[in-house]
Design a protein around this ligand. Sequence first.
Ligand code: G6P
Length: 370
Amino acid sequence: EEIAKGGYDHFMLKEIMEQPESVANAMRGRVRPGEGQIKLGGLDDVLPQLTAAERIVICACGTSWHAGLVGEYLIERLARVNVEVEYASEFRYRNPVLDPERDVVVVISQSGETADTLAAVRQAQGAGVLAIGLVNAVGSTIARETDAGVYLHAGPEIGVASTKAFTAQVAVLAQIAILLGHERGVLSDEDFETHVEALSKIPEQIQTVLDGAELIERMARDYRYASNFLYLGRGVNYPVALEGALKLKEISYIHAEGYPAAEMKHGPIALIDQFMPTVFIATRDATYDKIISNVEEVVARGGTVIAITDEGNEGLDELAEYVVEVPKTLDAFEPLLTVVPLQLLSYHIAVMRGCNVDQPRNLAKSVTVE
Ligand code: G6P
C-alpha cells in the first residue's frame, strides 16, 4: 500500500497532486490546439444526435453531480443547449418526462457502478432516449450499458472523497461543450480555438496552484477547530462551492454548506459570526462586483473570509483573512483551478483533526445499494 501511495501519506493527497497529469490524460489525443477539432472517439456514432438534441439531461450522484452542474453552465454557455441536472436517485423515481426525439441523457460516474445512476441509464433507455456515459472505471456496468460514452482516463481513484475524478469529469464536459458549440455554430472557428488553447493550458495551471499548497496548509491550521463553514460562489463557481463544502463534510466531519453567493441573504447570513469561516470563490468574471458586496456583508457581520480569486487581484486583500490566487483562464474553465485549493483545505483540516482521510466513517467509494 505504501508503494501505491507513491510516497504520499494518503491516497487522497496523491490523487490531488496527480491532477495535472490526470486532467492531461482526460484530454490526451482529444484536445489538439491548432487542428480545429476535438476528437471524442466514443461519441463519433452519436454526435449528430447529440448535436441536434434540444435538451440534455445530466444524471449523477455526489461529486459527479457537482461536475454535472458545472457541465450545465458550460454546455448552456458555449453550445446554447438547454441542460437539466438531476440527482439520479430523484430522476429515476419521478417518472420523468422524456422525449426520444429531443432529449439525450448523459450520466456521470467515477466508479460506473452507482446503483441510482445505473437505474437512470435504464430509465432513459426504457423511454427510447440515447444514454451517454462519462465514466472513469473502464469496463464498469455503466460503461457497458450506456449507448456511447467518454472515458475520463483519470486512473484509479482510491480515496473515498473524489478529487481527480471531478476535475477529469469537468475537463470532459468542457470538451463536449466546446465540441457541441462548434458543431452547432455557436462558437466561431476563432472562439473554438481560443477555448481549445485555454483548456490545453489547464494541466500546467493546476500545477501552479499545487505549487502554492503551503499557504493552504497554514490556513488549515488556523481554521481546523471551526465547527461550521460556509462556501459561496456564483455562476460556474457555485458548484465549486458545493463541492468544497462536500469535501470538508466528507473527510473532516465539519458541517459545511455551499450556496450561490447571492442566496446568502435568504438564510445563511443569519449564521455568520466570528466562529464561522466563509470561503468565497470570487474570480473577476461578470458577477465579480456582486460577489464583492457579499464579501463585504460577511465582513460587516464580523465573519472571517477566505477568498479564492484569480492571479493579480488585490481587491480582496483588505477584506479577506487569506487570499488564494489561481492562474487566469477563461471564466468557463475556472472550476478546474478553483476547486483545487478547496480539496487541499479539506485534506489538511482532516489530517490535523486526526480523521481517517482515505476511509471516512460511514462512506463508501462506490454506492451499489439504493
Ligand atoms: C459516493 C462516493 C463519492 C461519489 C459518489 C458518486 O458517495 O463516496 O465520492 O461522488 O458516490 O459516485 P460515482 O462513482 O457514481 O461517481
